[in-house]
Design a protein around this ligand. Structure first.
Ligand code: GLV
Length: 330
């Protein structure tokens, strides 16, 4: 029997890639940068499966170009790069990679919180530039963490793990805002579900862990930043599109908030002249929250499982649109 044809849009860890190449007639995009949309459409033409990254746009035009496509396995937990409704309409399964990156992403949010609150990058840059002349009683004063209030926007798996660290390590009060309550966070972390405005007004640290969708896009705008404390630190490890970036720049420049730690921007990568990259009170990492050995290997394993079960007409291990099952393409 012919092996299913699949296209993998970038090299991923070998634990997943080897299984895909063994079971499928697989082509792997060799470039360091994502395939341009025309190239992706061309490569997808005869494929039954696609393994995509969050940098690949999977829209109606791509799906139309791939009439045999059965599954899109996204090498990410987020899938805002995929038009899931269009895929479902065509009977195409979508997979993602939850759980294996939860702890790594929560760690990254904490790392950014600490870096921004304690001015670690700014002060390290100062030392590296040879400007460290003496111990300064008034130099690089940052924010305390112990006993403060943290506001978690989106109390899902990652938001919970982040909040647990804040609660257990720094005894913070935990507030959260979400479309649905999280009874576990309330029971284990004494977390309180509050309105968005209350969270903004009360929190010393605000960390964003929400999905990017039409309802959450640009939820952090000038009005939101204006409601935060002037001493607040804002952390985003979710998606850049949740934030109106120029409003964040203004908030940081004009001191509406103290600092920000970002693992995501909009767009990615940011333009070379993006002000956030130059502001002393902003730490920007290049979307690396899941970049640990176990997370990336785990993501590769789940993405391979999703791709292989998808082309075989079986249930996906992490299935974004299981409602497609009765009419999936076989
Ligand atoms: C990374 O941002 C992911 O969604 O996995």
């Amino acid at each position: 029997m012919a092996r299913p044809r699949v296209f993998v849009t970038r090299r991923i860890p070998q634990v997943g890639l080897a299984r895909i190449c063994e079971a499928c007639d697989a082509e792997v995009w060799p470039g360091e940068l994502p395939p341009p949309p025309e190239a992706l459409r061309e490569k997808a033409r005869d494929c039954e499966g696609l393994l995509t990254l969050l940098t690949d746009r999977v829209d109606a035009a791509l799906l139309d170009a791939a009439p045999r496509l059965k599954v899109v396995s996204n090498f990410a937990v987020g899938y805002n790069n995929i038009d899931v409704a269009e895929a479902t309409r065509r009977g195409i399964c979508i997979g993602n990679t939850p759980d294996v990156l939860t702890e790594a992403t929560a760690d990254m949010a904490l790392a950014l919180l600490l870096a921004a609150a304690r001015r670690i990058v700014e002060s390290a840059d100062h030392a590296r530039a040879g400007l460290w002349k003496t111990w300064q009683p008034l130099g690089f004063i940052g924010q305390d963490l112990c006993g403060k209030t943290v506001g978690v926007v989106g109390m899902g798996r990652i938001g919970f793990s982040f909040a647990r660290r804040c609660r257990r390590a720094w005894e913070m009060r935990v507030l959260y805002h979400d479309v649905r309550p999280n009874p576990r966070a309330e029971a284990e972390l004494d977390a309180s579900l509050v309105s968005f405005d209350e969270l903004l007004a009360e929190s010393d640290f605000v960390s964003l862990h929400a999905d990017l969708n039409p309802g959450t896009r640009h939820m952090f705008d000038a009005a939101a930043f204006r409601k935060m404390k002037r001493t607040a630190v804002f952390v985003n490890t979710a998606r850049g599109g949740l934030v109106v970036q120029q409003d964040l720049v203004q908030a940081l420049r004009e001191g509406w908030i103290f600092a920000a730690g970002l693992d995501v921007t909009d767009p990615e990568p940011p333009a070379a002249d993006e002000p956030l990259l130059r502001l002393a009170n902003c730490v920007v990492a290049p979307h690396i929250a899941s970049a640990t050995v176990s997370s990336r290997n785990g993501m590769a394993e789940i993405a391979a499982d999703n791709l292989l079960t998808g082309v075989a007409g079986k249930p996906l291990r992490a299935w974004v649109n299981p409602e497609v099952a009765p009419r999936r393409r076989l």
